[in-house]
Each structure stands twice: as C-alpha cells, then as structure tokens.
Design a protein around this ligand. Structure first.
Ligand code: ADE
Ligand code: ZN
Length: 334
C-alpha cells in the first residue's frame, strides 16, 4: 500500500467543513490590520506573534485567538481575511468550504453583524466567480456566553439569513454543555437552518450525545472523545453522523501528546464518516493539506485512506446530492 504523499494529497479535490475564519488570521495580516486600524496588540513583531502560539489546552489558545480578532473592524478587513483563506484553499485544492464565524466576538466590540457577514460573503462570491469555488457560511454561538446572548445574536442575524446555511457552537467546551443551548438551536431549526456543534474535543463523550439528542445536529465538530464510548461509536456509525476532525489542532491543544496517538484512521477503518479539517490554521501549523500530510507522516495514511477521507468530506457537506456525486466520481477516478 503506498503512503499518500503531498502530491497525491494535493491532487485530491477536498471539502473543508471545520474552519473558523478568525482562526485563519495569519500574523502578517494581523500585524497589517493592527496598523491599518490603529489597534494596539501586545506584540512588536511577526516573530513575536508566532512565538506566542504555544498552547497547553483549548482555553490557552482561545485567550490569544480572541485578542487576535480584535484587529478586525471594517467590512474590508473581513473581506481580506476571507480572501486570504480562500486563496490558500485554492493552493490546497479545497474546492468547497463551509466556514464558521463568531459574530459575538465582533458585536461585543461594537461591530455590526452586517459588516462581518457582508465582508465574508463578498469574498466567497469573488472566489466563486473567479475560480468556481463553492461555499457556505455557518454562524457559531460562543458557548462561554449565555443562551440569551446567543438568542439575541440569532435575532440580529435574521436580516442576513439568505447568506447563512446553519448554526454551530464553539469556544470553551468544559462546563458549557450543549444542553445550555437547547432553546436557541430549536429556534434555528424553526428558521430552517442546519445545525452543528463542537463536542467531544475537550469535553466528555456525553456532550456528543447531548448535541445529537438535544440540539439535533447533523454533524459533530471534533468528536474525537467518542473513542471512550463504544455504544456511541456504534451509533455514530449506524446513523452516519460525520465528525469534522482537526488533527493538527488536537496535537497543538494537547488533546494528544503526539500525532501517532490520533484515533482518526482507527475510526475511519471502523466505518465512521470522519473528515480532515484545519480548524484554526494560522495558529495550529497548517491548512488542510498539512493536516492530511501529518496523517501520512505519523500514522502511515495510505492513498486509499486519503481518498476515503476526501470522499467523506463531500458526503458530509451541505452540497446537493448531484454536486457531491460529481466530486466523489472525480476522486474515485484518481
Ligand atoms: N474556536 C475556534 N477554534 C475552536 C476550537 N478548536 N474549539 C472550540 N472553539 C473554537
Ligand atoms: Zn473548531
């Protein structure tokens, strides 16, 4: 069996389903925006920013991530951020992306949600017309804030719902179970929105069950702690619930000491619909292809496994069945 090398990975068309647009803010753009918008940051050089990107858990990352996002002010900033990410997608042969954004991180600083959505959406439309890339936008609620705050955020998004495919749940997981957001997810469902949630990243397998049963999500973001619960693994397999797994994120945040311990290929072999994603690529050492490559280097991922992971990324997406099939046929022919 040949191991999937970078050329093979690059040749695979891929969908990305777990990407926080604020987590694609590279130090260079962060620095430029801090100057452009006159926002002070506690770093005097790009090297200093990179040196600060050493994390020991999710919270230690989130503290820096929210500070970084404070340089985003104008619609053009959100456009530039999104366009830089989409260009990286093009390099990696990511042909479809479903992007998370965290409106509360910006509205808390007095920025209108419309500014955020218009900037991101304009870049998505430019990538579609310039090189045919497809995309969706998923609005995430910050789980360390209250459900009332999440409901107010959903209300403020109502004038922009034509641009939003679904809602998600992110930020500090421990102590903020999915059950805290049952009402706002029911409201999102009534509005016809898709639903996903981070669960089982740092939090227990029980949070994955709650996300499925109480929030009625169609995908689980991360979900790697399902390995602690055999019955849950069987359920995820039987109900074909996709997991949007982020290998470099999991090692950067010390969920695993080393990539060789990562369960993704074991779950793939057990028949789960696992996918490979970057999460916050500017902070965790790479975009989608780097995540695939890490699996080749540390776990001996074969070409056949890489193809299955890429096929899963389309199966788990919100593309139409015919769009999914077109990409699956292309991958199978490789
Ligand atoms: N926000 C950005 N990245 C995240 C992650 N990996 N987990 C939870 N919230 C996040
Ligand atoms: Zn995430």
């Amino acid at each position: 069996m040949s191991i999937a090398d970078l050329d093979f990975i690059k040749a695979l068309p891929k969908a990305e389903l777990h990407l926080h647009i604020e987590g694609s803010l590279e130090p260079e753009l962060l620095f430029e925006l801090s100057r452009r918008n006159n926002i002070g940051i506690p770093f005097s050089s790009i090297d200093e920013i990179r040196a600060a990107y050493k994390f020991h858990n999710l919270q230690s990352f989130l503290d820096i991530y929210y500070k970084g996002a404070s340089v985003l002010i104008h619609e053009q900033d959100f456009y530039d951020l999104t366009m830089a990410y989409l260009q990286r997608c093009r390099e990696d042969n990511v042909v479809h992306t479903e992007i998370f954004f965290d409106p509360q991180t910006h509205t808390e600083r007095g920025i209108d949600i419309g500014v955020v959505i218009r900037g991101i959406h304009r870049a998505l439309k430019a990538a579609e017309s310039e090189w045919g890339m497809s995309s969706q936008l998923i609005l995430c609620f910050l789980r360390h804030l209250s459900e009332e705050d999440a409901i107010a955020t959903l209300e403020s998004a109502k004038p922009h719902l034509e641009f939003i495919k679904g809602v998600g749940l992110d930020s500090s997981e421990l102590g903020h179970p999915p059950s805290k957001f049952q009402k706002v997810f029911a409201m999102a469902k009534a509005l016809g929105l898709e639903r996903v949630a981070h669960a089982g990243e740092e939090g227990p397998a029980e949070y994955i069950r709650e996300a499925l049963d109480l929030l009625e999500v169609s995908r689980i973001d991360h979900g790697v702690r399902c390995v602690e619960d055999e019955t849950l693994i069987e359920r995820l397999k039987e109900q074909e619930i996709p997991l949007t797994v982020c290998p470099l994120s999991n090692t950067a945040l010390c969920v695993y000491d080393d990539m060789s311990q990562h369960p993704i290929l074991g779950l793939l072999e057990r028949g789960l619909c696992v996918t490979v994603n970057a999460d916050d690529p500017a902070y965790f050492g790479g975009y989608v292809n780097r995540n695939y490559l890490a699996l080749s280097e540390s776990l001996g991922m074969t070409r056949e496994q890489a193809k299955r992971l890429a096929i899963n990324s389309f199966k788990a997406s919100y593309l139409t069945d015919s769009e999914k099939q077109k990409w699956i046929d292309t991958i199978e022919a490789l």
